[in-house]
Write a protein that binds this ligand. Structure first.
Ligand code: ATP
Ligand code: MG
Length: 181
């Protein structure tokens, strides 16, 4: 499984519809300072269900919507789609290609999620990606500063990363849910 394509519209600095295609399973994003590299990283994590505004480098969730520039008006909606190659059915759905979309409307603050263009819940996305290595705290996306924070983290926090990598995070989350915590 690998990320084939990312489509952004109205997300952070990507005001216009932007399609980025990847042809390898290892992706590195390079470019000058401020060109939007970290915004792409934010977009990927956002679609995968990131709820922490702080980790998306904002103060409110609507900060992910293009807020205008000297020459462009702000837009009212952000939408990002990730397209995964799923020919090996790494994600447990029948589709050979899996499209996950998240949308946010500025006016209502309402978020929407779609799986292959069909509306779904955040929980459906979370269940789909849990223990695939794509989870929120997984190591498949290395953000700016991640390496140093990993090296400096407390042992119990570092353990969380190993649990995600080992595939036990799912069971831990279910246990906490069933205990009603
Ligand atoms: P560096 O190499 O310094 O890490 P980078 O390529 O990672 O840079 P980003 O942090 O992705 O850069 O992009 C920063 C740019 O995105 C800034 O110019 C900022 O104004 C712009 N930006 C962030 N959020 C929005 C938004 N909601 N609307 C418009 N522009 C935004
Ligand atoms: Mg950056």
């Amino acid at each position: 499984m690998f990320l084939k394509r990312i489509e952004l519209q109205g997300f952070k600095s990507f005001a216009d519809k932007t399609i980025i295609t990847f042809d390898s399973d290892v992706i590195g994003i390079v470019g000058p300072n401020g060109c939007g590299k970290s915004n792409i990283n934010d977009a990927i994590r956002w679609v995968l269900g990131e709820q922490s505004v702080k980790s998306l480098r904002g103060t409110s969730m609507s900060d992910v919507i293009f807020s205008g520039s000297d020459t462009r008006k702000a837009v009212n909606m952000a939408e990002v789609t990730l397209v995964f190659d799923n020919t090996q059915h790494f994600l447990h759905v029948d589709y050979e290609e899996v499209e996950i979309t998240r949308r946010l409307h500025r006016s209502t603050g309402e978020g929407e999620y779609f799986l292959n263009r069909t509306p779904c819940r955040l929980k459906d996305i979370q269940n789909l990606i849990m223990d695939t290595g794509l989870g929120r705290d997984s190591l498949s996306i290395i953000s700016q500063g991640t390496i140093s924070s990993f090296a400096e983290s407390k042992p119990e926090d570092r353990r969380g990363l190993f649990e995600e990598a080992a595939g036990v995070a799912k069971y831990k989350k279910r246990k906490i849910e069933s205990l009603g915590k």
